[in-house]
Ligand binder design. Structure first.
Ligand code: SF4
Length: 274
């Protein structure tokens, strides 16, 4: 456990916060501990087909912007996708090939919607509050017609996100908060771009809504710090970071290391691709 002793009078150490870390703790404190605190990290797995697909598509979209503008042509997309393709988690070669063709179709359909030069591609944005040091990597940051920033997040899963998903997403609000500070520009619009259906779910966030999400993130960060301190003070780590078993355990990377998770049937690595 990494918690350092706190000397009297020292300000509280900021909690390192990313959307993944905050989400992991909020979903299941034990998963947070396995992923970010326990060393060596407990065995993870299996490699998930839907994660491979998502990573491949995200990286191909990032690499599109590394192609010189004059050479950005739909004909380069198969090459980009081949270069970034992650092969793990598929049932067999025929399934992998079918999913590859599916991903290529998504990318080719999405190309006309790509801006020529976004303000940021997989851009890290960061912000500090009195409780946490937040950082995250936004898939894309665009300039809207009014000059304000637009946060774009690519989605490749089966669920089609809607406006409410965009509005309620803690990650998008935190990206908007941090990007606004980094670029010193207003950032209210957030968008979920669902590649499989070509739909865009957009929301205009108010400052109050962003502030509420920052407060929620700070509350989670405070809980993380309290749990780490409890362990440093002698509390049983299993008690400080309790399990939160549920259907999500079937998809958890640490199910095989987790006493509660082992009671839940695991998913097949390719189950998220159907
Ligand atoms: S298997 Fe379930 S209870 Fe165990 S760490 Fe994962 S999400 Fe938490």
């Amino acid at each position: 456990m990494p918690e350092q002793p706190q000397l009297p009078g020292m300000p509280d150490r900021l909690v390192v916060a990313t959307p993944s870390r905050l989400g992991a703790f909020a979903d299941c404190p034990r998963r947070y501990r396995y992923a970010y605190l326990d060393r060596p990290t407990p065995p993870k797995g299996p490699p998930w087909g839907h994660n491979s697909l998502g990573a491949s598509v995200h990286t191909a979209l990032r690499n599109w912007y590394e192609v010189p503008p004059a050479q950005r042509d739909p004909r380069v997309v198969p090459t980009l996708l081949k270069a970034t393709w992650v092969r793990e988690g598929y049932r067999d070669l025929p399934q992998e090939r079918e999913v590859w063709r599916r991903a290529l179709g998504w990318l080719e359909s999405y190309l006309p919607a790509l801006p020529a030069e976004p303000l940021g591609v997989e851009r890290v944005v960061a912000a500090r509050t009195s409780v946490m040091a937040f950082h995250g990597r936004a898939d894309r940051i665009d300039a809207g017609p009014d000059g304000e920033l637009v946060i774009v997040d690519y989605k490749t899963g089966r669920a089609v996100p809607d406006q409410d998903d965009a509005r309620a997403s803690p990650a998008l609000s935190l990206y908007a908060f941090a990007a606004g500070l980094v670029f010193r520009r207003a950032c209210r619009r957030v968008e979920l771009h669902h590649l499989p259906t070509g739909t865009v779910a957009a929301a205009e966030l108010t400052e109050a809504a962003i502030a509420r999400q920052v407060q929620r993130a700070e509350a989670t960060a405070t809980d993380i710090r309290a749990a780490e301190r409890a362990v440093a003070a002698g509390t049983d780590p299993d008690q400080a970071f309790p399990t939160a078993p549920g259907p999500r355990c079937g998809w958890c990377d640490f199910r095989r290391s987790c006493p509660a998770g082992r009671a839940v049937p695991g998913k097949e690595p390719w189950a998220g691709l159907r």
